[in-house]
Design a protein around this ligand. Structure first.
Ligand code: NAP
Length: 283
């Protein structure tokens, strides 16, 4: 694992860059546009956004400003919780493309399995949305399909009607939050695990334990957590709006955490908060 341009291969053969830029809480407007442009300048080729982040337009603006060729970039967006019907999936997807200024996305995810407005019929809602996603996939408008925050029972329900299996589950994964059973199940079904909040949304920086490991390797806390994520076989998508931090977060291919340190970091339970319960979210 020494290649800064490392990729994973999705179940349909598509390559996905092994580190992506997160954009949740990256404010719409100049901040998001510059963050995306800066990330591409320092070598990111994978950007993660969502309808719910309200910044797809600025993400698109950042992509255009970077001047990068479309085919060199991997762009993910996600369906927001209000849009869990076939029609709303289709219309909101068109709006996402328009806002991003793209004619296809590389990966499209159902953001949450059990939105509040569909809680009494989430299985049917996900099946409908998935059917629309499969059509868009077959039309070439989505290069890979996946889910986010899905637990085993949400995946099993989706499998009842899915023709194409999800290729990704994007879930909360960071030292101390490893969701082992779900990871095993998703892998058994051919999914790549994307690690969202790989820095615990900033909480890892308060951990004296991670600090100790970082000192030992002469690396930053963020670099240790991101290296841990890659050695776990996850695909981390750290968020930053700071160009130097973005560059440092990608610079994790010149050291290796020992087996003992991997185990230690894995066992730091709840240093950065546990995984959310998607059946209980207030949205
Ligand atoms: N699917 C979902 O439901 C879901 C949920 C949560 C997140 N996500 C995705 O995962 C991405 C990442 O997760 P996250 O946004 O929760 O947080 P994160 O990446 O775990 O942490 C981001 C925080 O760490 C700071 N930071 C980043 N690099 C740093 C460094 N090298 N040194 C010091 N501070 C650093 C950032 O501040 P600065 O920006 O100031 O550097 C920010 O405050 C999101 O942006 C989003 O794309 C998805």
């Amino acid at each position: 694992m020494k290649d800064p341009d490392m990729t994973y291969t999705l179940a349909n053969g598509i390559q996905i860059p092994a580190i992506g830029l997160g954009t949740w809480q990256t404010p719409d407007g100049e901040i998001a546009a510059n963050a995306v442009k800066d990330a591409i300048e320092v070598g990111y080729r994978h950007i993660d956004t969502a309808q719910a982040y309200g910044n797809e337009r600025s993400v698109g603006e950042g992509i255009r400003r970077s001047g990068i060729k479309r085919e060199e970039l991997f762009v993910t967006t996600k369906l927001t919780n209000d849009n869990h019907t076939y029609e709303l999936m289709m219309s909101s997807f068109e709006q996402s493309l328009k806002d991003l200024g793209l004619d296809y996305v590389d990966l499209f995810l159902i953001h949450w399995p059990n939105p509040l407005n569909f809680r009494d019929r989430w299985q049917k809602a996900n099946a409908e949305v998935w059917k629309a996603m499969e059509e868009l996939y077959k039309d070439g408008k989505i290069r890979a399909v996946g889910v986010s925050n899905f637990k085993q029972h949400h995946l099993e329900a989706l499998f009842d009607t899915a023709e194409i299996m999800p290729m990704v589950d994007q879930i909360r994964l960071c030292p101390g939050c490893t969701q082992d059973e779900l990871v095993r199940f998703a892998r058994k079904h051919g999914m790549i695990l994307e690690a969202y909040s790989p820095l615990g949304t900033g909480k890892v920086f308060d951990s004296v334990e991670v600090h100790g490991i970082a000192d030992k390797y002469g690396k930053s806390i963020a670099q240790v957590c991101l290296r841990w994520s890659l050695q776990m076989g996850f695909l981390p998508i750290p968020k930053s709006v700071n160009k130097e931090r973005m560059a440092a977060n990608k610079d994790v291919f010149d050291f290796e955490l020992s087996d003992d340190d991997m185990e230690y970091l894995t066992g730091l339970h709840e240093i950065a908060g546990g995984a959310p319960n998607p059946d209980n979210m207030p949205f």
